[in-house]
Design a protein around this ligand. Structure first.
Ligand SMILES: [Zn+2]
Length: 354
C-alpha cells in the first residue's frame, strides 16, 4: 500500500492520520532514518495535505490540482518554508535560520514562521539535513521549537537520532523511519527508471540497503564491472595489495571532482569487499554463499587455493568494516584504501603460511 506514492511508511502515515483526526498535530517533528528512503517525500506530501485549499486535512488526500497544491510541488507556496544545507557548506548557515547579521531575526526561517499565514491557513517548515545543524544553528531554533507559532508545523529531517543535538531531540516528537523493504524499493526503482525490468530492479534493491538514494548510486553499470574485477582480485592468493590499491584508488578518483562523490564510491567499493568476506565466511562454515551468482563464482574460484578459512575471512571482514567506518569519519581516502588492502594481504598471507 502506498499513500500518494510514498512507499513503505504506512505506520508513519497512520500516525499522522490519527493525529490529524484528533486535531493533535504536534508543533515540531523530527524524522529520522537512513538517507534516500522517502522521509522528505513524506514531509512534502504532508505539507500538501496541510496546505491544500480544497480537501480537508483530516482526509489526507490533497487534490493535487488547486493553486496551493501546485505551489507546494513547485516549492513556491508562501506558507511552506524550506531550509537545507547548501551543497558547498558543511553546516546549515545561521542566516537561513535567523537572517544575516545586519537583519537578525528580521529574516530567515524563524522570522518567516512568526508572521501570519499568507493564505490564512497553516504554515509548514521543513528543515532538511538536520544532521548538519551546528550548535549555534540549533540554539537559534530553540525558542521557535519550544513554542512554535500557532498553526505552524516544523519538520526536521535527519539520518539518525544520535546525530541530533540533545536540545533539538528533547523539543521534537521523534518519528523513526525504517529502510524500505526490498519489494517496495524494487517498485520505486522501476518507477524511477533506474532498472529496465523486474529482475534488474530486484537485484538492485537487494544491494541497496533499503535506500533509493543508494539504488541510484548503484544503478551505474561501471560499478558492477569494477565489482567483478575487485572480486577476482580478492579471490587471488596472495592478494596483490599494491596493484589492487592502485585500481581501487583510480576508480574512486574517477567518481568526479566532488569529495563527497569519491567518498560515496569508496564506501560502495569497500562495501562490495565486505559482501565478499561475509559470503566467504558463510561458505567456509559449510553454508551457501548466498544467491548472488557472481559472489558464489568468486568463492568457488578462491577455493582452488584450498578450503576457505572462516577465521581468516572473519578477520578480513572486520578489517573491511573498520575501513568503512574510517571512510565515514572522513579519513584520507588513499591512505584508508592502501592500509586496508595491505592489512588484508598480511592477514591472508600469514594464515596461508601456517
Ligand atoms: Zn489542493
Amino acid at each position: 500500500m502506498s499513500w500518494l506514492g510514498v512507499e513503505g511508511h504506512d505506520a508513519v502515515v497512520e500516525r499522522f492520520r490519527r493525529a490529524l483526526a484528533r486535531g493533535r498535530l504536534a508543533g515540531t517533528y523530527l524524522f529520522v532514518g537512513p538517507a534516500g528512503i522517502g522521509k522528505r517525500t513524506l514531509a512534502m506530501r504532508l505539507a500538501q495535505t496541510l496546505l491544500c485549499g480544497v480537501c480537508p486535512e483530516t482526509e489526507m488526500n490533497p487534490c493535487g490540482a488547486c493553486p496551493a497544491c501546485r505551489q507546494v510541488v513547485a516549492q513556491t507556496h508562501p506558507d511552506l518554508l524550506l531550509v537545507s544545507k547548501p551543497p558547498d557548506k558543511s553546516t546549515i548557515p545561521l542566516e537561513l535560520l535567523i537572517g544575516p547579521p545586519e537583519k537578525r531575526m528580521r529574516e530567515g526561517l524563524c522570522h518567516a514562521l512568526s508572521l501570519a499565514s499568507y493564505m490564512g491557513g497553516r504554515k509548514v517548515a521543513i528543515i532538511d539535513d538536520a544532521d548538519d545543524l551546528n550548535v549555534e544553528g540549533a540554539n537559534s531554533l530553540l525558542k521557535t521549537l519550544e513554542e512554535p507559532p500557532p498553526r505552524s508545523t516544523i519538520i526536521l529531517i535527519g539520518t539518525s537520532l544520535e546525530k541530533q543535538l540533545p536540545t533539538i531531540r528533547s523539543r521534537s516528537q521523534v518519528i523513526p523511519f525504517r529502510p524500505l523493504v526490498p519489494e517496495a524499493l524494487a517498485r520505486l526503482i522501476l518507477e524511477q527508471g533506474l532498472a529496465s525490468d523486474t529482475d534488474a530492479a530486484t537485484h538492485l534493491a537487494r544491494h541497496s540497503e533499503g535506500s533509493l538514494e543508494r539504488a541510484a548510486e548503484l544503478a551505474n553499470p561501471e560499478l558492477w564491472t569494477f565489482r567483478g574485477e575487485l572480486l577476482r582480485r580478492l579471490a587471488e592468493r596472495p592478494l596483490a595489495s599494491l596493484a589492487t590499491a592502485r585500481a581501487v584508488t583510480e576508480f574512486v578518483e574517477a567518481a568526479g571532482k566532488e569529495a563527497s562523490a569519491k567518498r560515496a564510491r569508496a564506501r560502495t567499493v569497500v562495501g562490495f569487499a565486505a559482501d565478499y568476506f561475509r559470503a566467504a565466511m558463510r561458505a567456509g562454515a559449510g553454508g551457501s554463499p548466498g544467491d548472488d551468482r557472481e559472489l558464489a563464482a568468486t568463492i568457488a574460484a578462491a577455493a582452488r587455493f584450498g578450503p576457505i578459512d572462516v577465521d581468516r575471512a572473519g578477520g578480513q571482514l572486520e578489517r573491511t568494516l573498520d575501513a568503512l567506518a574510517q571512510i565515514d569519519r572522513n579519513a584520507h581516502l588513499v591512505t584508508v584504501i592502501e592500509c586496508w588492502l595491505d592489512d588484508l594481504t598480511n592477514a591472508g598471507n600469514q594464515r596461508l603460511a601456517v
